[in-house]
Ligand binder design. Structure first.
Ligand SMILES: Nc1ncnc2c1ncn2[C@@H]1O[C@H](COP(=O)(O)OP(=O)(O)OP(=O)(O)O)[C@@H](O)[C@H]1O
Ligand SMILES: [Mg+2]
Length: 341
């Protein structure tokens, strides 16, 4: 934003797990999608990491909300507060000039028209004056450097917190689209259940997420296996402390059902790909993005299963926001953007 400009242009990836904002091509906000609200008067107390810490510690006078579930807004009021709060975290924001906000926000390709309207309204309520929407897989592909307006087919699998979105794109549109509500959150829940059932240990979701990142695996045999992780938590019946080593093999076993659902959805989407794009995809491989793409062994497992190369995006947690930032710079050129407002 130049010194006298009264328009601030921002791109937002409004995710189930993380919300990221780009201004002038740079990531300026990258925070978990959480708000902390005071119980007494429903006032916003904190957003992002600060709210997340309060969530983990279970502070008494506040409650925390993750406003998005499965990629769409589950709590409208909290979502609006979160967007406002995160925009306020943009460094050097000249609030006193009260700039007009021009915004591009991404929406899940599997969202219904009503869900898209809710995202639209929430951004408008949070202060957007001019708004454009972009489908997440298109943003992801742009962010990975693909020319999605060209004739070549490209296939992207975005495994986020709430949803896995699979899309084949060509000539500036989504040709095949599949979205399933199985992604990072579902894997965390698998681990919570597993620790309870197999180790008799009660763990929180943040602990399950740490286990997933450290020793989560999509394969029972990894070439470079991570070391066992020591997990400390209460015995579910006695509340006395338990300390157990957790191996990647056991976590791979407990994630198997959901990983295989993701695999089947990718196979199905690939099966629906028109023959003229099929060869492009076989040649270029399928691109994995979203935080779930970082799961140990996932790309390898899918490559083995489908005999097509799977590549992990260079910066999977940021492909969507980077692409949303590119869309912001090309509002007048990209005919696939949806006009909001
Ligand atoms: N190293 C890792 N291994 C496995 N999963 C990971 C890793 N790092 C992050 N994740 C998971 O990625 C998910 C977050 O990814 P991302 O930020 O792409 O989601 P999101 O965009 O907020 O969600 P959605 O797109 O579904 O709305 C979380 O579930 C997180 O646990
Ligand atoms: Mg996402």
């Amino acid at each position: 934003m130049s010194l006298f400009s009264l328009t601030q242009e921002i791109a937002i990836d409004l995710g189930t797990a993380n919300t990221i904002i780009i201004v002038d091509g740079k990531i300026v906000v990258d925070e978990p999608s959480v708000v902390a609200i005071r119980k007494a008067d429903d006032k916003l107390i904190a957003v992002g990491k600060r709210a997340s810490v309060m969530r983990d510690r279970g502070e008494g006078k506040i409650y925390t909300v993750r406003p998005l579930q499965k990629g769409v807004i589950a709590d409208y009021k909290a979502c609006e507060m979160m967007i406002r709060g995160l925009i306020d975290l943009i460094p050097h924001r000249r609030r006193f000039l009260n700039p007009v906000i021009k915004m591009v926000v991404c929406v899940p390709s599997g969202a219904t028209p009503a869900e898209i309207r809710t995202i639209n309204d929430s951004c408008m309520q949070a202060g957007a004056r001019e708004l454009y929407l972009i489908y997440e897989p298109m943003a992801a592909a742009l962010g990975m450097g693909f020319d999605i307006e060209g004739p070549n087919g490209c296939m992207v699998v975005d495994i986020g917190g709430g949803t896995t979105e699979i899309a084949v794109m060509s000539l500036g549109s989504i040709v095949v689209n599949k979205s399933i509500p199985i992604a990072g959150d579902a894997l965390n829940q698998d681990i919570v259940r597993y620790m309870d059932k197999s180790h008799g240990m009660r763990i929180s979701e943040p602990t399950a997420e740490r286990i997933k990142k450290q020793v989560g695996s999509a394969l029972m045999e990894l070439e470079n296996p991570p070391e066992d992780m020591m997990v400390i938590g209460p015995n579910k019946t006695t509340d006395l402390p338990l300390k157990v080593p957790v191996s990647y093999q056991e976590i791979s076993h407990c994630l198997e059902k959901n990983i295989s659902s993701i695999e089947n959805a990718i196979l199905q989407a690939f099966g629906e790909t028109p023959s003229e794009l099929y060869a492009d995809i076989v040649q270029n491989g399928i691109w994995l993005t979203g935080g779930g793409a970082l799961l140990h062994g996932l790309a390898q497992r899918l490559s083995n299963k489908m005999t097509i190369d799977f590549h992990v995006a260079e910066d999977p947690l940021h492909s969507v926001v980077k692409g949303t930032g590119i869309a912001l710079k090309n509002i007048n050129n990209f005919s696939f953007l949806l006009k909001g407002g």
